[in-house]
Design a protein around this ligand. Sequence first.
Ligand code: AMP
Length: 440
Amino acid sequence: MFSQFALHERLLKAVAELNFVEPTPVQAAAIPLALQGRDLRVTAQTGSGKTAAFVLPLLNRLVDLRERRVEIRALILLPTRELAQQTLKQVQLFAQFTYIKAGLVTGGEDFKEQAAMLRKVPDVLIGTPGRLLEQLNAGNLDLSHVQVLILDEADRMLDMGFAEDMERLCKECENRQQTLLFSATTGGAALRDMIGKVLKDPEHLMLNSVSQLAEGTRQQIITADHDQHKEQIVQWLLANETFDKAIIFTNTRALADRIYGHLVAKDVKAFVLHGEKDQKDRKLALERFKQGSSKVLVATDVAARGLDIDGLDLVINFDMPRSGDEYVHRVGRTGRAGGEGLAISLITHNDWNLMSSIERYLKQQFERRVIKEVKGTYSGPKKVKASGKAAGSKKKKVEKKSGDKKAAAKRKPTAKPKANAPLTSADGLAPLKKRKAAAE
Ligand code: AMP
């Protein structure tokens, strides 16, 4: 029961209004400590109820403020516009019986309108790092009275290259009394570094281990011969699976557009969401999808973070995400709040090794599924190593055939991968590009 927490009655009233009865595990663990004023580092998956876990203690701190609103008292930093909008909604719902006002500063919105909103000084400011810095540099933002700083999806912000911006914004909140950092994963060196810099003697709450992340969601792979074949499989799935709403994830915007085009050509009502779409289109696509005027959304990872979409029960990875964490974020869209979900990854021979690394990262094996109506010729590598990766490499075969022994001899010996070496969280965290860079 939420009444177990020492929350102000106006907040408890809002909680009741929202029909929240039992706190989720992350709320049960984080709310009491946050109410005591502790700095927290919380590892919790999206969909775990983490937003309320930081919003409620934050509002509780501000609820008794009687003074005229003259200062920004809290800053919530997060990675994407969509997550920012969603978080604003939650703050407004929880604050509905209080005088606390919240504002939003993200890219893609009118700069001057934002500056005008900032002149009215919201108590709680929610925003993405890039635009916040722009407003700061334009002299429109004073963060020196911020009491509570929240970094939501900090791992994702770091992955997106916001480390410097985040540090600068944290420095601007130099008089803060409390910092709460949330991430879906345990992160790597960059996250550890950030934690060391911004948190004071934090309590670390681990609400999930990676392998539990997609509980409630069945995870399957279907092998495919090439992209066209993948499209046939997608069409079959959309026509034959029972689902409320589905997201098809791609790694690139161009591919998202192409799949969207093909679906529309086949009379499938769908929307597409990626970073190149302008903000209005993104908002509209998301709203329509949420309302259910279309059951299918094609999206790049921009859409994967933090979106809370009711009834999302089918995730299709058209191509394999580039890291274990990205997989977790995509698949975390389904099977939320105890619901059932299905995540299907389409695997060509190019995706196989990435898929098997992700299986090892998650410490689970995906179900192999064959759909006889759209079965292709590829069904996985002939031989796999103990790691699950394909044994043998094309390169060697080519060399053998052409008898180019000189070239082979010239090549520097590469370190032999240890088949059973456990994946560290860094393996899952580092996007492929970074991992590639590290290997070169
Ligand atoms: P979040 O992980 O914060 O994105 O929350 C995921 C979803 O769970 C949101 O739709 C919340 O409104 C909902 N939710 C969070 N906490 C509770 C709760 N204690 N009881 C019921 N629903 C909740």
